[in-house]
Structure formats: C-alpha cells, structure tokens
Design a protein around this ligand. Structure first.
Ligand code: C5P
Length: 218
C-alpha cells in the first residue's frame, strides 16, 4: 500500500509551516519543509559567490546539497544553518532561483525521499501540483495579504526586530507575484485541493480542519 502524503501549499507567510508541522506531530508523520531546500540552495550559492543567473551551476549546487534535518535543526555541510536560511536575503534569492527549471528538477529526488512510513506532511508551493500529485489529501492554505503581513509584523516585533508594515506588504506582494506568475510550477491550488482561507482563523483551527479532512479519507 502507498504511504500517505498530505500536501500543504500556499503563499509566503500563510502559516502553512506552523500548520504542516503541527499536523505532522499529531499524526506522527514525517515533515518536509520544501522551501528550506530552495533556501539551502540559495544560501550555498550566496556563500560561494555563484552567479545567480547561471542556471546550470545553481542546479549543480542543488543536486549536491549536503543537508540533513535533525529535530528542528537544519544542517548544511555540518553547520547548523536553521537561522541563517531564514534571512530576508536568502528568502528572496530562493524565490529567484526557484524560477529555474533545472534547479527545481535537481531537487525532485530529494523531496520524494521524504515519503517514509507511516506518512508525510509536505509543505511548499508545488507539493500537491507537481511533487506528490497523487497525495490523498491536498490543502491550499491561504490568507489575505493584510492578514499575512500582520502576522509577519507580529513575529518580527516579538523577536525584537524592527518592522515596517508598508515594506512588509510590498515584499509579500512581490514574492506572491513571482511565485504565482513564474512559468514553471506556479503557485496555484493543485487539482482536487481543499482551499483553506485562514485570514480569520488561528493556527489551531486550521490544524483541526486539516485533521478533519484527513480523518474523513483515512
Ligand atoms: O516557503 P519559503 O518561504 O521557505 O520558500 C522560499 C522560496 O522558495 C519561495 O518564495 C518560493 O519561491 C520557493 N519555493 C518553491 N517551491 C516550493 C517551496 C518553496 O518554489 N515547493
């Protein structure tokens, strides 16, 4: 029998990371943060000074990523880069290099490898549309730009960073545009995906809804 996969896709700052993580915990499933793979490739490229327009060189980097996920930590060539990959510059670079077909292709095998018993929750942009098209449950988690900017603002302030609401809104919009309008694996709800708008919902409510959908088909 097939190992079950729940895909959770959606735009940046939609809360899908938190929701996917908690759903995985509740079900005792593995968790794939596919965005982290694009971020790791970006970080690698930035550190090596790889030409960010050189699709072939970037794909090679992606293909040979020496990374592992240990507990909550993300390790790149034996260094804990959990915080480093969350930097704004790394996120922006990730979203640029994610437009290259060769880079996306290079990361496919690595992503498929996360499907292990008893199951997987996979979070990203194209988990349901491209990587796991036959997943029994696909969720498209979204929220208004205002709600997402508000959440990000609060996160930053809570961490002691300064934040500017207007900049955050502009940034989210730019990232949305790039992810939605790219030629390959654009951010769109996968065929058969359940759409969950969390603008007026907290994380626990979103988790409960996903678990209910899963219980109905499991
Ligand atoms: O989700 P996260 O912000 O960590 O992803 C970083 C970038 O990687 C996104 O802006 C997106 O462009 C890209 N990405 C992607 N496909 C995925 C996951 C992330 O293109 N499955």
């Amino acid at each position: 029998s097939q190992i079950p996969v729940i895909t959770i896709d959606g735009p940046t700052a939609s809360g899908k990371g938190t929701v996917a993580h908690r759903v995985a915990d509740k079900l005792g499933f593995h968790y794939l943060d596919s965005g982290a793979l694009y971020r790791l490739t970006a970080l690698s490229a930035l550190r090596r000074g790889t030409d960010l327009a050189d699709e072939h060189a970037l794909a090679k980097l992606a293909e040979h990523l020496q990374c592992s996920f240990q507990g909550g930590d993300i390790i790149l060539s034996q260094e804990n880069v959990s915080d480093a990959i969350r930097a704004e510059e790394v996120g922006n670079t990730a979203s640029r290099i994610a437009t290259f077909p060769a880079v996306r292709h290079a990361l496919v095998g690595l992503q498929l490898g996360f499907r292990k018993a008893p199951g997987l929750v996979a979070d990203g942009r194209d988990m349901g549309s491209v990587i796991f098209p036959h997943a029994p449950l696909k969720v498209f988690l979204t929220a208004s730009v205002a709600a997402r900017a508000g959440r990000r603002y609060k996160q930053l302030i809570d961490k002691g960073f300064s934040a500017n609401m207007e900049d955050l809104l502009k940034d989210l919009q730019a990232r949305d545009d790039r992810d939605t309008n790219r030629a390959i694996a654009p951010l769109v709800p996968a065929e058969g995906a359940q759409v969950l708008d969390t603008s007026e919902m907290n994380a626990d409510e979103a988790v409960d809804q996903v678990l209910q959908w899963y219980a109905a088909i499991a």
